[in-house]
Design a protein. Structure first.
Length: 365
């Protein structure tokens, strides 16, 4: 049963910022704060962002050029690139400086920090529909409920949302963790393993989950709602970018706030943004459901004490069960962007040559 979120309380005194799933392009430069591209004689700070596909605030922002217009006064722009959808699949890109910011959840950021990947969370969004993620079982597996997973194989993205959902579901069903084999697979590989019967079940999220669940005979045995998931949606930046250009991060999120509010007011415009027909376009019940979710979109905010408690639950579950190798607190995971911005405003800034990459970024995965 899903818990009731504690919305107003501490949040009323905090500024609200938007959040979006952003993924970086591949480019050169490892430890620099960001790549630069040359436009005339002036360098431009490039914030590498995942191509948004055909729906959502990012897609509308790409279509309308909203982000570049907002970032131009700061000497910055975005670059839209292809990248894997799962945060936990992109840790190498973060480490290589080829990914600057991504949406995701608490769990994969905790997993990344436990592996010394320098990323931090700056904003959190309350759950809107926790039936978008969960555990499904294949028709021939004999699995009808969580307790039936004993002796079975379940695909999970390791140290990410899939593994969190699995551990939380097993704990609530009083099933010992070591009686279920967790198979570490990222979504694309997990989809294949599930469809070919190499695993009996799959803990997944978002579009891959919905698409797999729609197949004939697939059984849904748990959702984030049914397990009281605390693995909320977040936006995380590469720490070097936050340290060097907090103004860019703030302006980007401020722009997303307006786009997210626009989605709530006019959700139809945020679906089938580029293509009205074809494999990426939604229709019928799926389109109606997506429009309804857009109307209820949650505007992200700076983390509160309640958010910190939720994150701690995720971090403790991972550490206590050997998923991560060191304990983490909310202070390790949340980045104090407001404090960083206030400090930057109080002292003059000078260009940091180490934050410049003189070669133009390249596109690709």
């Amino acid at each position: 049963m899903s818990r009731t979120r504690r919305l107003p309380r501490a949040r009323a005194a905090l500024a609200i910022l938007p959040v979006v799933a952003l993924v970086a392009a591949c480019g050169s430069g490892g430890d620099d704060a960001a790549s630069t591209a040359t436009s005339g004689a002036e360098p431009t700070f490039v914030l590498k962002v995942t191509d948004p596909g055909n729906a959502g605030p990012l897609a509308v922002g790409k279509r309308d050029g909203t982000f570049d217009k907002a970032l131009a006064p700061l000497g910055a722009k975005v670059e839209w690139v292809k990248a894997p959808p799962a945060f936990s699949a992109n840790l190498k890109l973060f480490n290589a400086g080829q990914l600057d910011v991504s949406g995701g959840a608490y769990s994969p950021v905790v997993g990344a920090l436990s592996k010394d990947v320098a990323v931090r969370i700056i904003a959190v969004a309350d759950p809107v529909d926790q039936d978008q993620s969960g555990i499904i079982a294949s028709p021939g597996s004999g699995v009808k409920e969580v307790k039936d997973l004993v002796g079975k194989r379940i695909a999970v993205n390791p140290a990410g949302k899939g593994e969190y959902i699995t551990l939380k579901a097993l704990r609530r069903a009083n099933v010992p963790f070591d009686q279920v084999e967790r198979v570490p697979l990222q979504p694309s590989d997990a989809a294949s393993a599930f469809s070919t019967g190499q695993v009996d079940a799959w803990a997944s999220f978002n579009d891959p989950y919905q698409e797999a669940k729609a197949r004939d005979g697939v059984v849904e045995i748990a959702t984030e709602a049914s397990i009281d998931s605390r693995d909320n949606t977040i936006v995380a930046f590469r720490t070097a970018v936050l340290d060097q250009r907090p103004d860019v991060a703030s302006k980007y999120l401020e722009t997303l706030q307006a786009l997210t509010e626009g989605q709530r007011s006019n959700p139809e415009d945020y679906q089938n943004v580029f293509e009205k027909a074809g494999p990426r376009a939604l229709s019928g019940d799926r389109l109606a459901r997506a429009v309804d979710l857009g109307r209820r979109a949650s505007v992200p905010h700076y983390p509160t004490a309640d958010d910190a408690a939720d994150l701690q639950e995720v971090a403790d579950l991972f550490f206590q069960n050997g998923v991560t190798t060191r304990a983490l607190t909310a202070g390790d995971v949340f980045y104090p962007l407001q404090d960083k911005l206030a400090g930057s405003a109080q002292k003059p800034t000078t260009p940091d040559p180490s934050a410049q990459n003189q070669s133009a970024p390249t596109k690709g995965n």
